[in-house]
Design a protein around this ligand. Structure first.
Ligand SMILES: *Cc1c(COP(=O)(O)O)cnc(C)c1O
Length: 455
């Protein structure tokens, strides 16, 4: 007999995952290796260790170890806000009149407001363990910078954040949260780095971009003693840490004998989706079970659905290793009126390979549809979702409505990656009817793809 399913399924502390799961271990077609941008040879551990903390560089390169024990210090920190609840969206189901069962894994339950803290605390821990003075990073909308600032203050590490200039100016509250946790926040492009000065000279008055802030943060890391660069998404090490989301989700579903049918995640750089789907994709790869896994991206920045699977630069300044990924080209800039996040030009190499091999589906949605779903969700389920997360909400609703037509009672699970309290300008634009949609033309995309490196 199936137990009655509560509104919130919590695991006991003792049931929390003790190890992260590395889905690459079960992939037959491994993601393509990172390449040195100068020599086009595989990045070695020593090369990567010049930029990243050594243990993180090891995790980045390891595609055979399936499980990594989570160090006790990180587990203890996780206990402050994990396990996160898996919520049954009973109210949403009722409002939609669907026979589907909808569940969401809520990662907005910590002060940083998103899933990014799961990897931030891990990366800060390894930096501390290596005896570093501090770390540098970039942040776009600010969630990653916030999460990393919290993690660094916990371990007493210096934290230098290059924040995309337009966000620095438009999101003063995010900036002040970071400063409250002790981070130094610099608008990017700045005049403090060589690459920043170069970009400022080439594009006077530029609003900045994530790709450009990454270049500055990397330069800052390699030019200061005792500093390394850390990144909040895209990299395989980040997906590894984020697997805690999927492992908890699976454990909570298993506890109540629920088999997921559809797993949905928004996809910017691919870290939350990669984490949520990891144990499920692992079962698919080992031939043990089947799921539909859906990546949802914005129509204004559609790397999986309209990009090319190729080696590309990860940053505008072209200082980072080359990664093979679905990409729109590193010079691609989403329209400035795009307010829904998920603006990165590329996609995690793990997600890219699984998508290329047919294990994952991808779809793209317009931002006004996304905010409509966000508003509906807020009104019905109470939680004010981040615009990024609302991409997944939109597609979960669509799938639940399909079940209504067919009468199927599927189990739909989606990732609610964070809360939207710092996105009120975007909500205001939507509420005032001033939000538009922008879809790049084929020519726009071709233009940036024509600048892909020749590998
Ligand atoms: C950063 C972020 C995302 C997108 O990043 P992924 O690496 O694709 O997960 C999604 N939701 C929230 C709330 C975020 O902060």
């Amino acid at each position: 007999m199936q137990k009655e399913i509560p509104y919130k399924i919590y695991l006991e502390e003792s049931e929390m995952p003790k190890a992260w799961y590395n889905v690459r271990a079960d992939m037959k077609n491994k993601p393509a290796p990172l390449l040195n941008p100068g020599t086009l040879q595989k990045m070695t551990l020593d090369e990567l260790s010049g930029v990243f903390c050594r243990e993180l560089a090891q995790q980045e390169l390891d595609e055979t170890t399936a499980y990594f024990d989570i160090p006790k210090e990180i587990l203890d920190f996780y206990k402050m806000y994990r396990p996160s609840p898996l919520v049954r969206a009973y109210f949403l189901e009722k409002a939609l009149g669907t026979p589907a069962h909808i569940y969401y894994k809520f990662e907005g339950n910590n002060t940083s407001g998103s899933h990014k803290l799961n990897s931030a605390i891990a990366q800060a821990y390894y930096a501390k363990k290596q005896g570093l003075k501090g770390v540098t990073t970039e942040t776009g909308a600010g969630q990653w910078g916030t999460a990393l600032s919290m993690a660094c203050s916990y371990f007493n590490l210096d934290c230098q954040v290059y924040m995309v200039k337009v966000s620095y100016e438009q999101k003063p509250f995010r900036r002040e949260v970071m400063r409250t946790y002790g981070a130094k926040v610099t608008p990017s492009p700045s005049m403090e780095t060589e690459v920043g000065r170069r970009i400022n000279a080439e594009f006077p008055g530029t609003n900045g971009s994530l790709g450009c802030a990454i270049s500055e943060a990397v330069e800052a890391a390699v030019s200061q003693d005792g500093y390394r660069y850390v990144l909040g998404s895209v990299l395989s090490q980040v997906l590894l840490h984020q697997s805690v989301i999927g492992l908890e989700t699976k454990a909570a579903l298993d506890k109540y004998g629920i088999k997921a049918d559809i797993i949905i995640g928004c996809a910017g750089g691919g870290s939350n989706l990669g984490g949520l789907m990891a144990p499920f994709a692992g079962e698919m790869l080992r031939g043990e079970a089947d799921y539909r896994i859906i990546a949802v991206e914005p129509k204004s920045c559609p790397s999986l659905t309209r990009g090319k699977y190729a080696y590309d630069f990860c940053d505008t300044g072209k200082v980072c290793p080359l990664a093979k990924m679905y990409t729109l080209g590193s010079s691609f800039m989403p329209s400035p009126n795009h307010a829904g996040g998920l603006r990165y030009h590329g996609m995690s190499s793990v997600v890219s390979q699984l998508y290329d091999d047919g294990y994952i589906e991808a779809t793209s949605v317009e931002q006004t549809e996304v905010f409509k779903a966000a508003q509906m969700f807020a009104r019905i389920e109470g939680t004010l979702p981040a615009p990024e997360s609302s991409h997944a909400i939109k597609v979960a609703i669509d799938e639940a409505l399909k079940c209504k037509e067919t009468g199927e009672s599927k189990n739909i699970v989606f990732g609610l990656t964070g809360t939207g309290y710092f996105d009120m300008y975007a909500y205001a634009a939507y509420n005032d009817g001033k939000m538009g949609d922008y879809i790049p033309t084929d020519e726009d995309i071709q233009k940036s793809l024509s600048k892909l490196p020749k590998v």
